[in-house]
Design a protein around this ligand. Structure first.
Ligand code: SF4
Ligand code: SF4
Ligand code: SF4
Length: 326
């Protein structure tokens, strides 16, 4: 088959495929589950004590990185197989005023966002990563994992970490301390947080609390719940800082079960500016379009067979003439 004929066959097949695919319905974002639980991180309340980093490590049997004289102060700065939750610092110019973008500083939590429609779950070929149908927590099953690391590549927040140097490597990421629920405990980071900067609870209630805070005027005095929003425990009264007018995680990437508030724009703190449509819904729509009923391979094959047959026929028809020239 000549190259030109091959290309004609592929182009014709693609056109046929496009016609067929027009009938395949696009998959929208998966909705937020009514029983979803998560965290509200309010950067304006965070004092950078890192008690949550140490508590997370202790709750998840991870190796601490603490100086001998300060065993409570974990120094870990980056997510790794041994750190599922870290606190990062934003600094600009002379970092004099907290929660100010210019010549200011702020603290930012980094851990799994428990996406409403997670791309890590969508790409995992063996369902080692699953979204719980009730709580929406994204869980990991090391026995099912084949180590392909598609989840690492697909996460828009660069959360899953793979321990390459381990003879039995696994994916490591926050699972919201779901192993503690049977003991009536909840996420260690929220449990230990002295200011309520990290707050645990049903996402619906956390969202309402986030909206309440952003509707307050800067300087207004209010009390902030601590630990578990349903626990009715409050910190001391304090003035509200001017928030950025956005609840990060409400819509970003199809929404997340970790919600965030901040006085400094989220993109300045390294959070991605994601579309409202989840990448899982986009990639699965493309996949279903191409492979719905094996349309793509079947149509391409049919196109190429057609071109091959036509060439064979032409060749057969032309043969006597070629003979005649001889
Ligand atoms: S424990 Fe609370 S205040 Fe301390 S670093 Fe963590 S989120 Fe911030
Ligand atoms: S933040 Fe990343 S690892 Fe966590 S649920 Fe979303 S896609 Fe998965
Ligand atoms: S590395 Fe494991 S969890 Fe991640 S996508 Fe591959 S099989 Fe799934």
């Amino acid at each position: 088959m000549k190259r030109r004929d091959f290309l004609k066959g592929v182009v014709g097949s693609c056109a046929a495929m496009a016609t067929v695919s027009g009938s395949v319905e696009a998959r929208g974002n998966n909705p937020r589950l009514p029983g979803a639980v998560g965290l509200l991180f309010d950067s304006t309340l965070c004092v950078g004590c890192k008690a949550c980093v140490t508590a997370c490590k202790q709750a998840n049997d991870k190796v601490l990185d603490v100086p001998a004289d300060k065993p409570y102060l974990d120094r870990t700065m980056h997510l790794s197989p041994d750190a599922l939750n870290v606190i990062k610092m934003y600094k600009n110019g002379k970092p004099e005023v907290k929660d100010r973008e210019v010549d200011g500083f702020a603290f930012q939590k980094q851990s799994c966002m428990h996406c409403v429609d997670p791309s890590c779950v969508s790409v995992c070929p063996v369902q080692a990563l699953l979204k719980d149908g009730t709580t929406g927590v994204v869980t990991y099953d090391k026995d099912a994992c084949i180590g392909c690391r598609y989840c690492v590549a697909s996460c828009p927040f660069q959360i899953p970490k793979f321990n390459y140097d381990d003879p039995f490597p696994e994916i490591h990421k926050c699972q919201l301390c779901n192993h503690l629920w049977s003991e009536n405990k909840f996420s260690a980071c929220a449990d230990v947080c002295p200011t309520g900067a990290t707050l645990y609870g049903p996402v619906e209630k956390l969202m309402a609390e986030a909206k309440r805070r952003t509707s307050l005027n800067p300087g207004e005095v209010t009390r902030f719940p601590r630990r578990d929003i349903e626990g009715k425990e409050f910190g001391r009264e304090q003035k509200v800082v001017k928030y950025v007018d956005r609840i990060y995680g409400e819509k970003e990437g199809g929404g997340t079960q970790m919600l965030m508030l901040s006085g400094v724009p989220f993109d300045k703190q390294g959070l991605p500016d994601l579309h409202e449509r989840s990448s899982a819904s986009v990639s699965e729509t493309i996949q279903h379009t191409l492979y719905s009923g094996l349309v793509a391979p079947a149509v391409i094959l049919a196109g190429l067979v057609g071109v091959a047959r036509r060439n064979t026929k032409n060749h057969t028809d032309e043969s006597p003439e070629e003979d005649a020239h001889e």
